[in-house]
Design a protein around this ligand. Sequence first.
Ligand code: PEP
Ligand code: MG
Length: 589
Amino acid sequence: MADSTTSTEEYRLSGIPVSPGIVCGPLMVLTSEELLVPKNQIAPDAVSNEIARLEAALVKTRQEVMDIKAHLSASLGEKDASIFDAHLLVLEDSTLLEAVRKQIESRNLCVEIIFHHLMQNYAQSMRQTDDAYLRERAADILDVGRRVLSNLLGTTPGDKYNLEQPSIILAHDLSPSDTAMLDRSKVLGFATDIGSRTSHTAIMARSLNIPAVVGLKDASNKMARGVEVILDGHEGWLIINPTEQTKFQYGQLEHKRHQVDVQLERLKGTEAITKDGKKVVLSANVELPEDFPLIRQSGAEGVGLYRTEFLFLSRLALPTEQEQIDIYRQVIAAAAPHLVIFRTLDIGGDKMLDHMGAVKEMNPFLGWRAIRYTLERRDIFHTQLRAICRAGAGGKIRIMFPMICAFEELTQAREELASVLDELQREGVAFTRDIEVGMMIETPAAVLIADRLAKEVQFFSIGTNDLIQYTIAVDRLNEKVAYLYQPTHPSIISLINHTVKSAHDANIWVGVCGEIAGELLLVPLLLGLDIDELSMGPNFVSRAKAVIQNLKYAESRQLVAELQTLNTAGEIMERLKRVAQANFAELLD
Ligand code: PEP
Ligand code: MG
């Protein structure tokens, strides 16, 4: 491969396409440090303001550390809690404040980056001493430094990623919270070394209509900032130093795609009804308020999955009940006259933040996530349910619980909701009781007891992103095993089939809100499996609608019967490709 820092010749890196679209622009290579710490120039007269911000952050952090210490003293005893004394010492160190002031004055940079570098240097020199005790304290320094930084950033949200011009972002990895905090107006596209189609960063890129490619191996190490690149989110290419001819070819492709989009515009007011009269509800998945206008623009019939956790991930402190109510009202208004399905907090896995009590786990996807988290953090769960019920005042809403694996988890979640409703009634505030309660089917365990669960809820929504990972035992984030992540694996088809039968036997409806709902090749399969609702990134709605309008339900039923006789995911996919070519070739990229 050419040396990216010197060569001006065109060359290509291949990755996994996760969000369609083609963009061309300068590359911004972000290291993890830059992701976390802004580096803004400040005016000379702003120094005292920066120092005041640091003082406030130190006071706040001191209080937090004292609280943690008090909590730990009660549960672990004074001795173990005393490890926080080292943190307190750092926070009270007046020479630190002085050093920060001097550097801000001499470099005219914001307090975050100065403080960060000082803490790094401090920790580095401690690591190099002969004293074992001091060497161990280096980790404390970094830890307390992170806390202070969080508090600093909490007072200056918005501008933290310091993107100077619209760029294509290349990073080793981008966490969902990094993504949530980037200035969207400056991000042309995303590229990462690791990741997969169902990582939450990829999901967000799709719903924000930002082209993205992941799994570029060690690209972020090799590439230099500022080079011109094309990011091809359809085929998964990062093209460095594209020639004029390459740019022209890509321009033509985009033009063709745009023409299809114009054609699809006229479908917006129509419904997804097959040629033989079977209707499927198409709804939108949304994550952040930026997505809300897309609900109506896409022609979706409401929101099939509102991933509420992104509201928590896009800020550095827990949102209050009132803040949640305000945002939830916005999404309800944006979806009207259709409904919103609020999924309660699905934190954990690849979505966690320090302020939510993140703990390092060996297997985060098998650990403390989703309903397991909220059933333990009742304070957070309770507040969220209150906010949802209050935001829905005067109307009808839907709530669903994520990652239910056991009957009693559903019982406990429903009890919490019931207690919230009683409480709101007693308080006499405005809220709604008109709530359809559902749950996600995301594990084989839930599928196998779906007949019992179906009697307790009013709908199921199948989260295939997780169902695939838990069934095939394949980490949904790991590009090394991405080849095993097969939505057409016969086991997945059987599990969806079983879920639909259990739901329909109990007279409840069932949707799919995992990424496969918006994959055009798979729509005939889901239609034939008798799914009632498909919920997908807003940008996929018109295409999926066009697919359904081109199909016959009866033929899809026959197709599924045929697919169930095949043995491999590959054979099933090949058959689905032939169906797509025969019925909606013009919609394929
Ligand atoms: C899923 O698992 O399919 C799902 C929709 O939830 P998430 O992708 O947020 O885990
Ligand atoms: Mg899931």
